[in-house]
Ligand binder design. Structure first.
Ligand code: URA
Length: 408
């Protein structure tokens, strides 16, 4: 039976819900071995899935675990998800903005994947910050302070955990149907009323072309319609890193600077405004113009930053304890000119090699290391000027900076 299902997908034929259920739940229960599931996932990657199959798969994912119900919490719960990028700490900024404007935020975030960091790893760089809240604690906290950012509980779409782990090591992550059902199942199971998806495109993202991003966007909106959830999408650039910092503590400190209004007007700040505006517009059913003004005010009057401090304190974190390595290493320009590009993927790889993420499953993360860009795309640069400072705890002498920075 399993062989027939794999073969059918290999031939590009449509599978029934029962066939999908047999192979996916067979895998979750340990009755289908990794090699058969890997071959099946590769057939999906190559031949795709019909909409009917994708809706069926999303249901199988959702039904594999608990579906959380926060309907007793007043207000429209708007959730946001990013397909993953380099230096993407937007959740740390936009969740407090949105919560400070009266919209309840229950954010269950993930850890880093590949070269991209995860919000939960970033938050763990705040000493004491708890990322393991129970469903009861989540409910209580959101009623008290309107915001929670915690890790995904074990019972939330367990199917995604096992399938994602296999996709990660079988080159089957970048499949549009698999990405759509993975993300949408988690958002629906975590009780969101409305969903905003930030789809990244570029060398530092899962998707490389705008056409792929548009296809994913269309699919997620359709899945949302099936489940009566409003879904909006933003397609954003991931050819250059977001903002100035990549690495856990550095990114938290950068997010704090944005919330305090110290850091303004770069690609990260602009994306935060764009996403927060969409969320406020969805949560309060307002025009984007009104929502934007509210977002801007929440930064200017300090209420978004106060909400962040309240969140960290409530989840036991000690903001004073955030540390970056004292050992640094400067990357200097080898020529003068204009900084034309900063390769996101190369910055992600560099940060990972410094220890900011896991290269192997057993590695431990060094929260204190990372990359801080001193120059951004468009800046003029003199030969010898510092382009970036690395915060390090290991030897870093052999860095090919021409792979990272393009000066012309
Ligand atoms: N993020 C997810 O949660 N799932 C995917 O499949 C890709 C990105």
């Amino acid at each position: 039976m399993i062989l027939e299902i794999i073969n059918k997908k290999r031939l590009g034929q449509e599978l029934s819900y029962e066939e999908l259920d047999t192979i996916f739940n067979g895998y979750l229960k340990g009755n289908v071995p990794d090699y058969q599931m890997s071959s099946f996932l590769m057939a999906i990657c190559i031949n795709g899935m019909t909409d009917k199959e994708i809706f069926g798969l999303t249901k199988i994912f959702i039904d594999s675990g608990d579906v959380l119900d926060f309907s007793d919490i007043p207000g429209i719960k708007v959730d946001k998800h990013s397909t993953g990028g380099i230096g993407d700490k937007t959740t740390l900024v936009i969740a407090p903005i949105v919560a400070s404007l009266g919209i309840p935020v229950i954010k269950m975030s993930g850890r880093g994947l590949g070269y991209t960091g995860g919000t939960i790893d970033k938050l763990e760089s705040i000493p004491g910050y708890r990322v393991d809240l129970t469903d009861e604690e989540i409910s209580r906290q959101v009623k008290n302070i309107n915001i929670v950012i915690t890790g995904q509980t074990g019972s939330l779409v367990p199917m995604d955990k096992v399938i994602y782990a296999l996709r990660d090591v079988t080159a089957t992550v970048s499949s549009i149907p698999l990405i759509a059902s993975s993300i949408m199942s988690k958002k629906i199971a975590s009780g969101a009323d409305k969903i905003l998806i930030d789809i990244k495109v570029g060398n530092g993202a899962l998707l490389q072309t705008k056409e792929e991003a548009e296809k994913l966007s269309e699919l997620m909106i359709k899945i949302g319609e099936e489940y009566k959830r409003e879904v909006r999408t933003i397609i954003s650039d991931m050819n250059i890193p977001l903002g100035k910092c990549v690495g856990n503590s550095l990114e938290v400190l950068e997010a704090i600077d944005v919330l305090r209004g110290v850091e303004k007007d770069n690609n990260f700040v602009n994306l935060c405004y764009e996403l927060a505006t969409e969320m406020v517009s969805m949560g309060l059913s307002l025009s984007k113009e009104k929502a934007y003004m509210m977002v801007k005010n929440s930064i200017e009057d300090g209420s978004a930053y106060q909400k962040f401090l309240e969140l960290v304190k409530t989840q036991n974190g000690n903001i004073e304890g955030i540390k970056v390595s004292e050992k640094t290493y400067d990357l200097c320009a080898q020529s003068s000119g204009t900084l034309k590009a900063i390769n996101a993927l190369e910055v992600g790889k560099l940060s990972l090699s410094l220890g900011a993420g896991k290269e192997n499953i057993d590695d431990t993360i060094d929260y204190t290391v990372g990359v801080k860009l001193n120059k951004l795309v468009g800046d003029s640069v003199e030969k010898g000027e510092v382009l970036a400072t690395l915060y390090v705890n290991k030897d870093v002498s052999n860095i090919s900076i021409n792979d990272i920075f393009m000066i012309d």
